[in-house]
Design a protein around this ligand. Structure first.
Ligand SMILES: Nc1ncnc2c1ncn2[C@@H]1O[C@H](COP(=O)(O)OP(=O)(O)OP(=O)(O)O)[C@@H](O)[C@H]1O
Ligand SMILES: [Mg+2]
Length: 393
């Protein structure tokens, strides 16, 4: 008979589990030296009492944007004289007054009065900066925030009003179309400087994994082949370091369940499908509502089959862009929401494609002229089950 001792004793695999948690940031971030230098050079003026340029950082998911900025923020805070960086995730703090209240709370160590509006926090910010201090607001996942135009306008006005001190913005996003939704004045203000983080290649992922594995696992608890395989899978999918780390963590779990002392190719292979599903679910949960509705419409139509299509060879499973828009609009009216314009709809499609949730191709010249064809990235059943609780029929 097994005893609990079999499961609660020291792990044969792990030396330190925290190293594979999403919050762990290694001291050295390989392949981001260049981005880190550039970030530091952009923010350095704030340490000398001058306003830093606003900066927008863009890059696909898992390219190290958040960890690089946090790394630099940590160093900045060690130096701080009359300058502070506050990191805010806009998924949690998604309105201008909430963003500023969170920042003020960090600056003043605690004052967290609820129920005040933007003007209150604006005054507090002016007071803080007015003593000759520089504030840098990092807004991660900035595309999740509402009324970003209003926030940018407010900060610009603050800088105009301040005789000493100032406030700068660093925005981070993995959504290419975020820029298009901004009004032209906020766009030119936020995009004073711009940085793009490229996806990692297989050899780069391999080195990133190697570094983590050495800290997380006992010696020889993973074969070099398993690391290579995880890197190769990841590079094939997306170059997303988060995916690679999850793959390894899940493979470790399998090895432990099987009572093995070593992670091999077999565990990495076994982990692949489940990690894929987890990450898709995470991506879907993070989507704004109308993106989700469009994706839901694509899944629904995929199940029922295209109304029009008799596609050429090799275009099976594709839908016409127009019919998806119709179905999306129908879904909206059923849920008593107003459908967005066809133009917004097309930008949602671009975002969904960037996240690998759909693929699109241009149709050849056919009966319906040139149009976009859309195909779901995952099975419709799976996609629907992730959103049924919200839109389900
Ligand atoms: N160069 C690197 N070295 C070590 N670990 C890395 C590196 N780049 C990314 N990681 C790790 O990969 C994971 C994802 O990175 P991060 O959260 O910074 O991605 P991101 O670009 O912010 O993605 P998203 O757009 O989804 O927010 C984190 O666990 C991070 O620690
Ligand atoms: Mg991030």
């Amino acid at each position: 008979m097994p005893s609990f001792g079999d499961f609660t004793g020291p792990s044969r695999i792990y030396r330190d589990r925290d190293v594979l948690s999403p919050h762990f940031i290694p001291d050295t971030l390989h392949f981001r030296e260049h981005q880190i230098r550039e970030l530091m050079s952009i923010l350095a003026p704030a340490l000398q009492g001058r306003k830093a340029r606003n900066l927008m950082i863009y890059g696909k998911t898992g390219t190290g944007k958040t960890c690089s900025v946090k790394h630099v923020a940590r160093k900045f805070e060690e130096e701080r004289q009359n300058a502070r960086i506050t990191y805010i995730n806009c998924r949690m703090y998604n309105k201008p007054y909430r963003i500023l209240s969170k920042a003020i709370k960090a600056l003043t160590n605690g004052l967290d009065k609820q129920g005040y509006g933007l003007p209150f926090y604006y005054e507090k910010m002016l007071e803080w900066c007015g003593e000759g201090r520089q504030l840098i607001l990092v807004l991660d996942e900035i595309d999740m925030a509402k009324n970003i135009d209003e926030l940018i306008y407010t900060l610009t006005r603050a800088n105009d009003e301040l005789e000493r001190g100032g406030v700068s913005l660093v925005g981070i996003s993995n959504r290419l179309t975020f820029k298009e939704g901004l009004d032209p004045r906020s766009k030119s203000s936020l995009y004073e400087r711009e940085m793009v983080f490229p996806p990692y290649t297989a050899p780069q992922l391999q080195k990133i994994l190697q570094q983590r594995v050495e800290l997380a696992f006992n010696k020889d608890a993973i074969t070099p082949g398993a690391i290579n395989l995880a890197s190769a899978y990841t590079a094939q999918e997306s170059g997303d370091a988060r995916y690679a780390l999850k793959l390894i963590a899940r493979a470790a779990e399998y090895a432990e369940e099987k009572g093995l002392g070593r992670i091999t190719d077999a565990e990495v292979k076994g982990a692949r499908e489940i990690v894929e599903t987890d990450l898709v679910k995470e991506a879907v949960d993070k989507l704004p509502e109308h993106h989700q509705l469009v994706l839901y419409a694509v899944a629904r139509l995929t199940l029922s089959g295209s109304k029009y299509a008799r596609f050429e060879e090799g275009k099976d499973g594709y839908l016409f862009s127009g019919e998806v828009y119709e179905d999306y609009s129908e879904l909206c009216s059923k849920l008593r929401k107003s459908a967005k314009t066809a133009r917004s709809y097309r930008s949602y499609l671009t975002d969904l494609e960037m996240l690998g949730l759909v693929t699109t191709v241009e149709s050849g010249k056919g009966i319906r002229g040139h149009t976009k064809l859309i195909k779901l990235g995952h099975t419709p059943q799976e996609t629907i089950s992730m959103m049924r609780h919200k839109f389900g029929e």
